[in-house]
Design a protein around this ligand. Structure first.
Ligand SMILES: C[S@@+](CC[C@H](N)C(=O)[O-])C[C@H]1O[C@@H](n2cnc3c(N)ncnc32)[C@H](O)[C@@H]1O
Length: 433
C-alpha cells in the first residue's frame, strides 16, 4: 500500500498508516471490473432493474460474481437500494435479505420479485391497458391529486397533474396486490421524465418552464408526456417478464423497509454468512432530496421527509446526533450499543481525522461536516457489529482503511464493496476511469 509521508491537510497520519498496514492483506484491488459493472450503468439494460433508474446502485453482474466466488448460504445487504443484491442472491437459490430505509427502493425490489414469482401476464396486460386508458381520459379526481410537498410544488404541468391523479385513482381500485405493486412502480418510475425536474448529482435541477421562481434559466430538454412515458415503461415490463421469471423466479428474498441500525438488532446472531453492500458515503448526498418526487408519490409529507432524513445513515450536515433514538432502539440490548460506542471511541484513525478537521474548521464550507463525519463512523459500527453477529469488530477499521487508502492513493475510484464471509471482512476496491 502506498504511504504518504505527510498528510496533504496537515496533522498526523500515524494512526491511518497503522490501519493501512494492519489491514493491507484484506484489501483486494481488482482492476478486472469496468464502470459498467461497478455502477448502475450495467443495470440500464438489465430486466427489472432497469425500470427504476437508481443511479446509486451497483450492477447485478457484480453481485453475481461475488456469489459465484463465495457460494454463500445467507446473504445480507443492509443498504439494499433497489435490492439488487438480495434479488440476485435469491435468484441463485440463496437465502437473501435486503434492508433499505427508502421505501422507493424496496418498492422497486418488491415489484421485480412479484413479477418473477407471482405475476400472471394476462392479468398484467389487462390491468396495464386499463390503466393507460384511464390516464388518457384526463379526468381530474381531486382527492387523488399528487400529494405535493413544498419542494415538489410546480413539478408538473396541469395536464400531467390530471393524468397522475387519474392513475392514482385507478391504482387505489386494484384488488390484486401484486399487480398494484408493479403498476404503482411503473407510474412512480416515470414521474421524473414527465416533470420539470432532473436528478443531477446531489440536487434536483428545475427547468425554467416550471411555475417556480428560479434564479437560473435551465432547460432540461424534452419533457415526456406522462401517459406516453408510462406506456413505454409498461411495454418494458411486459417485455422483461420471461427473463425476470427465469432470473429471479426461484423465490422471494426478504425485503425489509427501515433503518438497518434498528432492524439488524432484531435478527439472530449468525443469521448471515455473507454481506454484499455499498453503503451511503459521508459525502453530503441527500437521498431524500434526490428522490423527493418518488417519496412524495409514496405519501411522505414534510414531517415524513425530515424524519426519514434523520433516520438515514448520517451523510448530510443536517443530520443530528442519533444518540437519543439509538438509546431508545437499543434500550434492551445496551451491550451492542455500548460496544459500538467503544469501537468508535477506539478508532484512533477517525479521531486523527476529526482532530485535523477541528483544528482547521475555519477552512470548512460548513462546520457541521465534523459532526457528520463523526456520526457517520459511529453509526457504521452498528451494522458492522450486527451483520450476523460474527462480523469481526475490525470491520469499522477496515472501512476506514479503505477510505484512507483510496484517498492516499489519490486515484480515481469508482466504488468499493465490503463483503463478508464467515466473519472475515474483506473489501474489494474497484478502480476504474
Ligand atoms: C449506495 S446505495 C445502495 C444501492 C444498492 N447497492 C443498489 O444496487 O441499489 C445506499 C443505500 O443506503 C440506504 N440507507 C441510508 N441509510 C440507511 C439506513 N440507516 N438503513 C438502511 N438503508 C439506508 C439509502 O437509502 C441508499 O439506498
Amino acid at each position: 500500500m502506498t504511504e504518504m509521508a505527510f498528510s496533504p491537510h496537515g496533522g498526523s497520519v500515524a494512526a491511518r498508516h497503522e490501519l493501512s498496514r494492519r489491514f493491507a492483506p484484506r484489501l483486494v484491488d481488482d482492476n478486472s471490473f469496468c464502470r459498467k459493472i461497478v455502477s448502475y450503468q450495467g443495470n440500464r439494460v438489465a430486466p427489472g432493474l432497469r425500470w427504476m433508474k437508481y443511479k446509486e446502485g451497483f450492477s447485478s453482474e457484480l453481485v453475481l460474481d461475488f456469489i459465484k466466488q463465495e457460494n454463500p448460504n445467507d446473504v445480507l445487504d443492509p443498504f439494499a437500494g433497489i435490492c439488487t443484491a438480495p434479488l440476485v442472491a435469491a435468484g441463485r437459490g440463496v437465502r437473501a435479505t435486503g434492508i433499505e430505509i427508502m421505501p422507493v427502493g424496496v418498492s422497486a425490489g418488491t415489484a421485480i420479485a412479484e413479477t418473477a414469482n407471482g405475476l400472471s401476464k394476462r392479468e398484467f396486460d389487462r390491468q396495464s391497458a386499463a390503466l393507460l386508458r384511464e390516464v388518457r381520459t384526463l379526468r381530474t379526481p381531486n382527492q387523488f391529486a399528487f400529494p405535493h410537498v413544498r419542494i415538489t410544488e410546480g413539478a408538473f404541468s396541469n395536464d400531467t397533474e390530471k393524468q397522475i391523479a387519474s392513475a392514482r385513482q385507478f391504482l387505489s381500485n386494484i384488488d390484486n396486490d401484486g399487480v398494484r405493486t408493479i403498476l404503482d412502480l411503473a407510474c412512480m418510475s416515470v414521474l421524473e421524465e414527465a416533470s420539470y425536474t432532473r436528478k443531477d448529482g446531489q440536487y434536483l435541477r428545475w427547468d425554467s418552464r416550471s411555475q417556480r421562481r428560479l434564479k437560473s434559466s435551465f432547460n432540461i430538454g424534452p419533457i415526456a408526456d406522462f401517459s406516453d412515458a408510462l406506456e413505454r415503461r409498461l411495454g418494458e415490463i411486459a417485455e422483461d417478464i420471461p427473463a425476470i421469471k427465469r432470473q429471479f423466479g426461484t423465490g422471494y428474498p426478504t425485503l425489509l423497509t427501515g433503518s438497518c441500525l434498528d432492524i439488524l438488532r432484531t435478527i439472530d446472531d449468525g443469521a448471515f454468512d455473507m454481506v454484499v453492500t455499498s453503503p451511503p458515503y459521508a459525502n453530503r448526498y441527500d437521498y431524500t432530496r434526490t428522490y423527493v418526487l418518488e417519496l412524495a408519490w409514496m405519501g411522505f409529507d414534510q414531517e415524513g421527509f425530515s424524519a426519514l432524513r434523520q433516520r438515514m445513515l448520517s451523510a448530510t450536515v443536517e443530520n443530528k446526533a442519533k444518540t437519543e433514538s439509538l438509546n431508545k432502539a437499543y434500550g434492551n440490548s445496551r451491550k451492542t450499543l455500548d460496544r459500538s460506542i467503544t469501537i468508535y471511541e477506539e478508532q484512533s484513525a477517525v479521531h486523527e481525522v476529526l482532530g485535523i478537521l477541528r483544528d482547521r474548521q475555519g477552512e470548512l464550507s460548513n462546520r457541521n461536516v465534523i459532526r457528520l463525519v463523526g456520526q457517520y463512523f459511529f453509526a457504521m459500527a452498528l451494522p458492522s457489529l450486527n451483520s450476523g453477529g460474527s462480523f469481526d469488530p475490525a470491520a469499522l477499521s477496515l472501512w476506514l482503511t479503505t477510505m484512507y487508502s483510496i484517498t492516499a492513493r489519490n486515484c480515481r475510484w469508482t466504488s468499493f464493496w465490503p463483503t463478508l464471509r464467515n466473519g472475515q471482512a474483506s473489501i474489494v476496491i474497484k478502480y476504474g476511469s
